[in-house]
Design a binder for this molecule. Sequence first.
Ligand SMILES: [Zn+2]
Length: 196
Amino acid sequence: MTQPSASFYFPAPRTQSFCNQCGSKLARLVPPDDNRMRDVCENCGAVHYQNPRNVVGIVPMWKDDQVLLCRRAIEPRYNTWTLPAGFMELGETLGQGALREMAEEAGAQVEPGPLFTVISVPYAEQVHVYYLAKVTSDVLDPGPESLEARFFHLDDIPWDNLAFRTVTATLERYVADHKTGRFQIHEFDIAPRDHD
Ligand SMILES: [Zn+2]
């Protein structure tokens, strides 16, 4: 019998084999009054809906022309640079989640700002939401998910070594808006590409 690897992982796309209510094996079918295939338990009747996850993050602004980035200490994309962001937890608001991720990954003090990007990533089953925030102190205390946290001039952003396309897309819009001095809300989609 195969044992799961000792290190935990995050299956994507998500799959579910057994009912979390009664433990029976699940069937894949369209339930009555529905129009999509779902994981359904034919033993107890539970329908296991799956919906997109929210990723929340911050564009931490420093001294007018710098941003704070974190170098990832975890997979996926170990050792690449990212904006502080992560999966929203149950019971918190978007803004609370973004600030929590900021504290966990960079340990920076910030003054929360306006909504900046809302990005649908249907192939990854996610929606990413970024807020602007002003960093109020250069004292940083990155947590175990970050190898380091540091400030980058907008001219020196490590574009070739960013962790995720949502991070790149958010930083591109930040740099463009910084040039005009008018920060707007950007709502857009990211489609899959042939190779990643
Ligand atoms: Zn069941």
